[in-house]
Structures are given as C-alpha cells and as structure tokens.
Design a protein. Structure first.
Length: 126
C-alpha cells in the first residue's frame, strides 16, 4: 500500500465483494445494493469496469482475484477519503429516506395528506 487507505475487493464464489466503507463507495459509484449490513457484491465480468472507474477517479484499490493473485493500483493523490465521505452521506440519506417511507406507511390518511402537502410546498417553492 502506497498512500493511505485503499478500497479492498475480494473474490467469493463467483462474485467479487467489498465490505463496510469500501461497500459504501462501490454503492455510490455503481448503484450496487448494500446487503447484510455493509456488503456489496458484483459479478466477475464487472471487475474490469470497476477497476477502470476506480483508476479514472484515482481511488487506490487492491483486488484478491479468483486464483488468489493480487491486483493493486495506488495513487499519491488517492481520492479514497473524499469518495468515502460523499458515500457515507449518500448511504445515511438513503437510510433516512427508508425510515421515512416506513413511517409513512403506518400513519393515517389525514396525516399522510398533510405531510404530502407540506413536503410539496418545500420541494416546489420558488
């Protein structure tokens, strides 16, 4: 490892996986769904595209491939921390939205209508 933190990707049973902070970054860049708390996975055929994007964004990474070989790409001006910060904001926002949606499904119709009007005023005010 050259310059601080690097995004880690592991091969597991036909898929590549990343965990925790690394999963957040891949989620924000590629839209992969976060499962089991803090994990994303993607098919083998997507690995080259993932690495190309990470390289284009100058995010240092290490990949443990199917045959246990390691591929690394390290940058002096590694942008990992920048993308992590933005990814954590995105994930937190998505969690808040999910919580709100869950709550909206449980309220009565009059409160729902009131909330929708209020949100509409905020969103569409000029």
């Amino acid at each position: 490892m050259c310059c601080g933190i690097e995004l880690k990707i592991y091969y597991d049973n036909g898929f590549y996986e990343a965990y925790e902070s690394d999963a957040y970054i891949l989620h924000s860049l590629f839209g992969y769904r976060i499962t089991n708390g803090k994990r994303v996975s993607f098919p083998e055929k997507s690995l080259n595209r993932i690495m190309n994007v990470l390289e284009g964004k100058r995010i240092s990474y290490v990949v443990r491939k199917k045959d246990n070989t390691i591929i690394e790409s390290n940058y002096e001006d590694n942008h990992y921390d920048e993308y992590l910060k933005n990814s954590e904001k995105l994930v937190n926002r998505e969690q808040e939205i999910e919580l709100l949606l869950s709550s909206l499904h449980r309220i009565d119709d009059s409160k729902f209508d009131e909330i929708i009007k209020c949100v509409g005023r905020i969103l569409y005010e000029k």
